[in-house]
Design a binder for this molecule. Structure first.
Ligand code: NAP
Length: 274
């Protein structure tokens, strides 16, 4: 029987743990989220982060900049926040307008306050096998979900589809760290279908329907990171759930799988104080 991995339930459990942890801290963590421009999706994500932070006792402040803010203004605000001892976490909501160099902005954030885990120092620490200050929220949330269901990773063949800096690459690194044999696929990968068929664990982070009927091995674990509006206007993922799920041992739904785990994982990061 296929088990549907309940991201909502597990995320609630993690958020309760985070809340308890925050209560025991000698200072209240303070997450500052920087929002640039008026992208409606970004605004929804930011509001959701703020609301959840407050629910677990983390102070949160949203700093908004207009779409025409200069890179210098943004970098100067980040410097100010880096030097502010009362601020324990800084997150810049992506995407940024094109005139701003995203990498410069990420690099400006103190690695000890980089709750997204995107700073090159944190990325590099993960790559060389040193504990980073923060792991990126989505892959960390996926590992938490696998662990909660006691799904073994060691020795498994994990196929990660997508190689973005926020999901695919850190996911591959984190699975490797847990002793999986990892194949990372992307838009230049030939024979994707054949590779997926050899996977014990599939993590798809693409943003379009890519894992379809009969593609997965019997009793595999399928994690669907993708989330976007389908032709019918409803939220959907990368996996053709109805056709793929009967072959799986475990599968995440969309919505209600990886999404809630990402936010819980971000709150876990935001409760860390260095
Ligand atoms: P991204 O930066 O656009 O990366 C997409 C990746 O998919 C790229 O590496 C791309 O390859 C690869 N790809 C595209 N077409 C492909 C194909 N036909 N075959 C194999 N690989 C292909 O996206 P992202 O930021 O990682 O996000 C991916 C999806 O996850 C989106 O739907 C996003 O909304 C969702 N997401 C969800 C959460 C959550 O919490 N649920 C969090 C983050 C992201 P190339 O590198 O070769 O272009």
């Amino acid at each position: 029987m296929t088990v549907i991995l309940d991201g909502k339930k597990v995320s609630s459990k993690i958020l309760s743990i985070v809340k308890e942890r925050v209560e025991k801290l000698s200072i209240t963590p303070h997450l500052v989220v920087i929002l640039v421009g008026d992208n409606p999706a970004s605004r929804i994500y930011v509001n959701n982060k703020k609301k959840t932070a407050e629910e677990v006792g983390i102070k949160s402040t949203v700093i908004e900049f207009g779409v025409n803010v200069t890179e210098e203004e943004l970098l100067s605000k980040i410097e100010e926040l880096n030097n502010d001892k009362s601020v324990t976490g800084i997150l810049v909501q992506l995407p940024l307008p094109e005139h701003i160099d995203k990498n410069k902005v990420i690099e400006a954030i103190s690695p000890q306050k980089d709750v997204d885990g995107f700073h090159p120092l944190n990325v590099g620490k993960l790559a060389v096998g040193i504990e980073p200050y923060f792991y990126p929220a989505t892959p960390q949330g996926i590992i938490m979900l696998l662990d909660e269901y006691n799904i073994g990773i060691e020795g498994k063949h994990a196929v990660v589809i997508g190689r973005s800096n926020i999901v695919g690459k850190p996911m591959s690194q984190m699975l490797l760290k847990r002793n999986a044999t990892v194949t990372t696929c992307h838009s230049y990968t030939p024979n994707l279908d054949e590779i997926i068929k050899t996977a014990d664990i599939v993590v798809s982070a693409v943003g379009k329907k890519i894992v379809r009927c009969k593609m997965v091995k019997k009793n595999s674990v399928v994690i669907d990171v993708g989330i976007y509006k389908g032709a019918d206007g409803k939220l959907t993922g990368d996996v053709d759930f109805d056709f793929v799920s009967p072959s799986c041992e475990f599968i995440t739904p969309v919505p209600g799988g990886v999404g809630p785990m990402t936010i819980a994982s971000l709150m876990y990061n935001s409760s860390k104080v260095y």
